[in-house]
Design a protein around this ligand. Sequence first.
Ligand SMILES: CC(C)(COP(=O)(O)OP(=O)(O)OC[C@H]1O[C@@H](n2cnc3c(N)ncnc32)[C@H](O)[C@@H]1OP(=O)(O)O)[C@@H](O)C(=O)NCCC(=O)NCCS
Length: 155
Amino acid sequence: MTKDFALVPLTEEMLPRVLELEKLCFSLPWSRDAFLPELTDPACCWLAALADGEVAGYAGMRTVLDEGYISNIAVSPAFRKRGFGMALVQALQREGEKRGLSFLTLEVRVGNREARRLYERAGFREVGLRPGYYEKPREDALLMTYDYPEGDKAV
Ligand SMILES: CC(C)(COP(=O)(O)OP(=O)(O)OC[C@H]1O[C@@H](n2cnc3c(N)ncnc32)[C@H](O)[C@@H]1OP(=O)(O)O)[C@@H](O)C(=O)NCCC(=O)NCCS
């Protein structure tokens, strides 16, 4: 982990860097128009991982009642394998706990081993498959879910 590491809310000023990382990390990157409304939507939570003041990664989720959906997570190739991905997932898990979620769920390409291992280590389990869900290239999506222990839920 870098000495100067911080998790902060993702802001509009960070979007140019985030959009660069989207293009580096995904074959179908999100646009500025897709991100912008999410940043101020109270049903969403977007976080940036800063390393020495630079956006090294980001992650976001959307909540519906007591359900949470991780929409996106990416770490710059230059900053991978230092624990940033795990820090981001765990921060969303803590935010979900504060919001009284019952579970957090997500889709991941079946061939995305790095991401699947990350989610498994964070306590997510495989719960289903969406055949042919992804394009560029066409690939199945694995559904993975993290269930909050009953005692964790806010009353
Ligand atoms: C998936 C992704 C977010 C993981 O990010 P990351 O920052 O590399 O994740 P972590 O550093 O927490 O963990 C990655 C690995 O590094 C290891 N690691 C963590 N800190 C380490 C350290 N200080 N020294 C050595 N290894 C370390 C972890 O144990 C883990 O190992 P494993 O893959 O063998 O289990 C990143 O690969 C990525 O952005 N991929 C492209 C976008 C993507 O696919 N997003 C998911 C969409 S569903």
